[in-house]
Design a protein around this ligand. Structure first.
Ligand code: CP
Length: 305
């Protein structure tokens, strides 16, 4: 792929190809590059997992990683994202991962005829989070070995979640049955075409996968934050030990993290046997290796056997 920007661009077969290649990387596969290749990671919004795992993926593939820190860059002198990317391209960067608060920030980059490097979307506002979505699908596939008919609930701060938007799109394509839960005010007509909202007490008993979303306090308005109480949210919409005990024996818990412990998920359950939260993070490196490789292949930078 020239770029990896949105799950809307990928068919079910293409998602499976990413998962299979990531599994090969997990099993130790390595690639050879046709020349030294340079990557930069431009995170204009905060990140721990996505940023570090893109960097880990790049290093594992043998790429040279050029350091870029927005807070000490010329972005602070008013330089645009487009000019920043063109600058990195001019100094020799071949691929970038970008996160930004603006939905679809990447359109102006891919429509700029002077930009030729490849872009992996590391998250765009409340738009999409394709690398998270692919690592989530890899984690579900590792667990069950199929998607058709699997019942997956996405629970929590739906309205601000790029993870929800990418995952409901891809889970539908893969044949899973999507359900939603959490505060009803965060479930609107955008979600209705993809699945049904149910109370969390019903979801825990019926689902194969319970995927919780972080309450994004930084995107709530002042009055929403003022009215918010962690205990009340956890009791109404979160995973408590009592609810976990009612899940089916084979059912798993997921969360893109960071987790607000004792809000979306009880502290004692974050590392429980059903939790795949840290496995998701581990898989993120291999999925990002597959994403980077797909873009390097497009540029003819991978030695094919
Ligand atoms: N899941 C995720 O995107 O985490 P970060 O915000 O830490 O990258």
């Amino acid at each position: 792929y020239a770029n990896v920007l949105s799950m809307k661009d990928l068919s079910a077969e293409e998602v499976m190809a990413f998962i299979r290649e990531a599994q090969q990387f997990k099993a130790g596969k390595q690639i050879e590059l046709t020349r030294p290749v340079y990557a930069a990671n431009l995170f204009f919004e905060n990140s721990t997992r996505t940023h570090t795992s893109f960097e880990m993926a790049e290093r594992k593939l043998g790429l040279q990683v050029v350091d870029f820190n927005p807070s000490t860059s010329s972005v602070n002198k008013g330089e645009s994202m487009g000019d920043t990317v063109k600058t990195l391209q001019a100094i020799g960067v071949d691929v970038v991962a970008i996160r930004d608060k603006h939905n679809e920030y990447y359109n102006e980059l891919v429509n700029d005829r002077h930009i030729h490097l490849s872009i992996a979307n590391g998250g765009d506002g409340s738009g999409e989070h394709p690398s998270q979505s692919l690592l989530d699908m890899m984690t579900i596939y590792e667990e069950f070995g199929f998607f058709e008919g699997l019942k997956v609930a996405i629970v929590g701060d739906l309205s601000h979640s790029r993870v929800a938007r990418s995952n409901m799109e891809v889970l539908n394509k893969l044949g899973a049955q999507v359900y939603f839960g959490g505060p009803k005010k965060w479930f609107d007509e955008r979600f209705e075409a993809y699945g049904t909202w149910l109370p969390v007490d019903e979801l825990v008993e019926r689902m194969d996968v319970m995927m919780f979303l972080r309450v994004q306090h930084e995107r709530l308005d002042a009055s929403e934050n003022q009215d918010f109480t962690a205990d009340k949210y956890n009791a109404q919409y979160g995973l408590t030990p009592e609810r976990e005990a009612r899940m089916q024996e084979h059912a798993i818990i997921m969360h893109p993290a960071p987790v607000n412990r004792d809000v979306e998920i009880a502290d004692s359950l974050v590392e429980c046997d059903r939790s795949r939260i840290f496995q998701q993070m581990a898989n993120g490196v291999f999925i990002r290796m597959a994403i980077m490789t797909s873009m390097l292949r497009y540029q003819g930078l991978v030695e094919e056997d």
